[in-house]
Design a protein around this ligand. Structure first.
Ligand SMILES: *Cc1c(COP(=O)(O)O)cnc(C)c1O
Length: 342
């Protein structure tokens, strides 16, 4: 087993975390005169549970992961930022990521003054394992993978991700924001075997709660303890937790099924159109589409009231638009504009 805790910044390893009023007393009590709250009940006058016990219990059942191996953040973005803050000494350490991929790894690295060494994916969007590892030195603390990857839509083979987990001497963060749309299984089952693995998921995509801002990180309990120590004490508000618990009681399989069927239908409808050069295979809820004139088609779609993501200036995604799968009616609307484009 790799010595994961030796990767942690010394000031974080020795941190005495803020102790909330509700942390200090563990029993059942009825009169709360400890947190300077307004005592008159309006549903939100009390501070929320800083440990999010109820929501973690639900997520634990859904994902089959022990509650002490779960972190809930204000979006996945909080978890990404915490990875830098926990492991990387500003101005000294570095992180490795793939390109093209999710833009927040770069932003979080820049905010934390951490050099991000980006490695271009192969032209078929496959993983250049040896080139990624060749970027690493003794100050490389994090390696970011995203599978299915945004914006390319593909999953990386499990054997390659496991090879990186074995050979990289730092934390490997696998962002699975789109895993519910993929054929490939999650890496959550590898957490027991690889202590340097952090899996990120989110309630923003398949679970339909982007507005609530709830991101998830799964890792060894020692790592999750560090996330808890460094996060803002009340990072998840009571309203978000209540709504999430209610919405998690609902089954999203039927919505995910429709989105996956629509993904197939839309890909088939786009492929033969004159302006479409290539529809990349997708394991996510979007399609990356190479077209003859991305900027012009992007603007034509806007004129038609449809916004997509123009990725044509991203290296490796030249001439590409990223199109999210919407409702069947929304997709038809988009398809009619692309069909009429010349
Ligand atoms: C959408 C997305 C997320 C989700 O971010 P949240 O902050 O949880 O909404 C994370 N990673 C990737 C790659 C994404 O595309």
């Amino acid at each position: 087993m790799k010595d994961i805790l030796s990767l942690v910044r010394p000031n974080i390893a020795s941190l005495a975390p803020y102790s909330t009023a509700r942390d200090e007393y563990k029993g059942d009590i009825g009169i709360f005169l400890d947190a300077n709250e307004n005592p008159f009940n309006n549903g939100y006058n009390r501070y929320p549970d800083p440990r999010q016990k109820a929501l973690k219990a639900r997520i634990s059942v859904i994902k089959g992961i022990a509650h002490e191996c779960i972190f809930i953040g204000n979006g996945s973005d909080e978890a990404i930022d915490l990875c830098f803050r926990i492991f990387c000494i500003p101005g000294v350490d570095n992180a490795i990521a793939i390109r093209p991929s999710y833009g927040m790894y770069r932003v979080a690295a820049d905010i934390n003054d951490i050099q991000l060494r980006e490695v271009q994916l192969n032209s078929d969007f496959s993983l250049p394992v040896d080139i990624l590892l060749a970027q690493a030195d003794e100050h490389s603390k994090l390696l970011f993978l995203c599978s299915p990857n945004n914006p390319t839509g593909n999953c990386f083979p499990l054997v390659q991700m496991e090879e990186l987990l074995n050979r990289f001497d730092g934390m490997v963060i696998v962002d699975e924001a789109y895993i519910d749309f993929a054929e490939q299984p999650t890496l959550l089952t590898l957490l027991d075997k690889h202590t340097n693995l952090i899996v990120l998921q989110t309630l923003s995509k398949a679970y339909g709660m982007a507005g609530l801002r709830l991101g998830l990180a799964f890792a060894a309990k020692e790592i999750i303890q560090l996330f808890s120590n460094v996060k803002y004490p009340y990072n998840i508000n009571l309203s978000a937790m209540e709504h999430a618990e209610r919405l998690l009681a609902r089954d999203v399989c039927s919505e995910v099924d429709i989105i996956k069927k629509e993904r197939t239908r839309v890909a088939k409808a786009l492929a033969p159109l004159p302006c479409v050069l290539k529809v990349y295979p997708s394991d996510a809820n979007f399609l990356l589409v190479k077209v003859t004139d991305a900027d012009r088609l992007y603007n034509r779609l806007i004129e038609g009231g449809v916004i997509v993501r123009n990725r044509s200036r991203v290296k490796g995604c030249e001439d590409c638009l990223r199109i999210t799968i919407g409702t069947p009616a929304e997709n038809d609307n988009m398809l009619s504009i692309v069909s009429a484009f010349s």
